[in-house]
Design a protein around this ligand. Structure first.
Ligand code: N01
Length: 547
């Protein structure tokens, strides 16, 4: 007999990375009861798992960090332009301690299923713990997902992997204890951002490194550096303006951006402008000309400039040509920022293996066969990426009131309203996923905005005595059209990448994020709140349980 009144807790949050922690903080401040469940043994999300050599942020840490607390910004000092994984993790741990968030978090525990009860307007949530006999069932009014957009790892099903016998690693699940490759023959599979950061450091340690490349990527020099005291003083006194400017930027990321067209300048000025942005280092290279990602010819010209740079660095012309993408859109896949990446291929103990033909055929004892040749290896690093944006959401069995799961609803491609809510799944909000600008906006800045929007909505619900909120099909369709229209304007939607799900065998192909810019997204979400969440159907209070 059910004689309780109301849910066990107002809100369950899944994940204790940047999203989950800030949601938790806001919810506690607003007087909601909250439980956070985190599969990992501690806070950090991405930065808990991605401990591979060289892992670091490629957005400047002073922007890729929380802005909600002036004291936090004032007290925390970033040591480098791009913080390393250990420093980022220390920062997240500091935030969890400083705002006393750990007491709300249950670690080592996965949310397995959640089912919505349309009578009580509550989610029933089942968790599984790593502790024997652990796990619990609880009821919550709201379910908030901060599960990460690049958190479900992808390891292709290579034949014979069980016969290999050597050590294997995935960059996105790197061990906590130090990994020593000294004296070893190491293979890295993949040449995305994770590989590009780790390859130069693994090469320094290994006896020999083979890099198995299926598709080359565009990499620009990161130009990381340690901050001087003067820079730190300038950063700390300028936070206020920097954060305001972030909200005005298309990417929520402040860097020198020239909106002009590459077609409007003479070749000499074009070259000089590209040089200026090349020297800045990192993703700001994309800011040299405003049409780089929207105009084929502009993109081609930037690509040609970049190709010359790479040919000048790589000693062996054949290797250089292998490292240059064949006609791919520059910046179509996420641009990679590297340190000594191309230089590493000048080492005698590093071999680039082109696996764009028959690929990696199978693993065998002590190695693998690729393109008809056997490579003897002691260890293999899978830098093979993630089931991005949807993978960690559909891994949970989230069941709406009509018995449909999110995995079923998204089987033909994900649909959302404002990237936050999903028709058919009341009282559920998802962070940074499909339909959100998240992966095109400085991640933490986007997270703060969405968290504040969600918690304000929950407060509004409480104030009005509402207990059920759900995106309508109409508003979801409307937002889907806006997402598609923005995608159609960008060359990025024409590429095979994790943005489109093309990297996962069998995944529905659709350009998933919203690429209409952060300011436009701020307007859409503000309007939705100002109009009393009119794109949602809102009802309540729920029927009280009758016992
Ligand atoms: O993953 P990826 P990632 N045989 O999907 C290859 C963020 N991030 O972990 O292109 C051989 O980019 C695959 O080849 P192909 C960032 O947003 C940020 O590197 O499919 N190769 C590709 O080369 C980034 O975009 C930072 O032909 C296979 C690679 O594996 C995102 O995470 C650092 C293969 C996967 O590249 C993902 O990056 C790291 C196969 N069967 C990551 N299957 C920062 O700097 C796959 N590949 C903050």
């Amino acid at each position: 007999m059910d004689d309780r009144e109301g849910p066990d807790v107002d809100v369950v949050v899944v994940g204790a990375g940047f999203s989950g922690l800030y949601l938790c903080h806001l919810l506690v401040q607003a007087g909601f009861s909250v439980r956070v469940f985190e599969a990992a043994g501690d806070v950090g999300g991405t930065w808990y798992w991605n401990r591979y050599p060289g892992a670091r942020c490629d957005i400047e840490s002073v922007q890729y960090s929380y802005q909600f607390s002036d004291e936090l910004q004032r007290d925390w000092t970033w040591s480098e332009r791009y913080a390393s994984q250990p420093e980022l993790l220390r920062y997240i741990e500091h935030v969890a301690d400083r705002f006393d968030l750990r007491r709300h978090i249950t670690f080592g525990t996965r949310v397995e299923t959640a089912a919505f009860d349309d009578r009580t307007h509550e989610w029933t949530i089942d968790t599984r713990s790593r502790e024997p006999g652990g796990g619990e069932t609880l009821r919550a009014r709201f379910l908030l997902l901060g599960v990460g957009v690049l958190s479900t790892t992808n390891t292709p099903a290579f034949d014979g992997l069980e016969d290999f016998g050597g050590r294997t690693f995935h960059t996105g699940r790197w061990p906590h204890e130090p990994v020593d490759f000294s004296g070893q023959r190491v293979g890295v599979i993949g040449t995305g951002s994770s590989a590009i950061q780790s390859i130069p450091l693994i090469a320094e340690q290994a006896a020999h490194l083979h890099v198995f490349q299926r598709t080359p990527n565009y990499v620009v020099p990161a130009r990381n550096h340690v901050y001087t005291e003067d820079e730190i003083a300038r950063i700390k006194s300028g936070y206020h303006e920097l954060r305001a400017e972030q909200r005005r930027r298309f990417t929520g990321f402040v860097f020198p951006f020239n909106p002009g067209s590459i077609h409007d300048v003479e070749p000499a000025e074009r070259f000089a402008q590209l040089e200026r942005h090349w020297e800045i280092g990192g993703l700001p290279f994309l800011g040299a000309f405003g049409d780089t990602l929207f105009d084929w010819d502009a993109n081609r010209m930037v690509t040609e400039y970049w190709q010359d740079k790479i040919r000048a660095v790589v000693d062996d012309p054949e290797i250089a040509e292998l490292l240059i993408p064949d006609g791919d859109i520059f910046g179509g896949k996420r641009l990679c920022a590297g340190t000594d990446y191309y230089e590493t291929y000048n080492r005698d103990d590093v071999t680039l293996v082109d696996v764009s033909g028959t690929g990696i055929e199978r693993f065998v004892e002590g190695g693998l066969i690729a393109e008809g040749r056997t490579y003897e290896l002691d260890a293999v690093v899978f830098a093979t990426g993630f089931d991005a944006l949807t993978g960690s959401v559909v891994a949970m069995d989230i069941v709406g009131p009509d018995g449909t799961t999110v995995a079923e609803a998204w089987a033909g491609g994900p649909s959302t309203y404002l990237g936050l809510s999903v028709a058919g799944f009341p009282n559920l909000f998802n962070m940074q996923g499909p339909g959100s600008p998240g992966v095109f906006v400085t991640m933490v800045t986007g997270i703060e905005h969405q968290s504040e929007w969600i918690v304000a909505c929950l407060e509004w619900m409480r104030e009005h005595g509402h207990t059920r909120i759900e995106a309508t099909e109409d508003s979801q369709r409307w937002w889907g059209d806006i997402v598609d229209e923005a995608a159609a304007r960008s060359l990025r939607s024409r590429c095979d990448s994790w943005y489109t799900g093309a990297n996962i065998a069998g995944k529905h192909r659709k350009f998933m994020p919203y690429i209409g810019g952060f300011p436009a997204y701020l307007e859409h979400t503000a309007r939705e709140a100002a109009e009393g969440y009119s794109g949602h159907s809102v009802v309540g209070p729920a029927v009280a349980p009758t016992g």
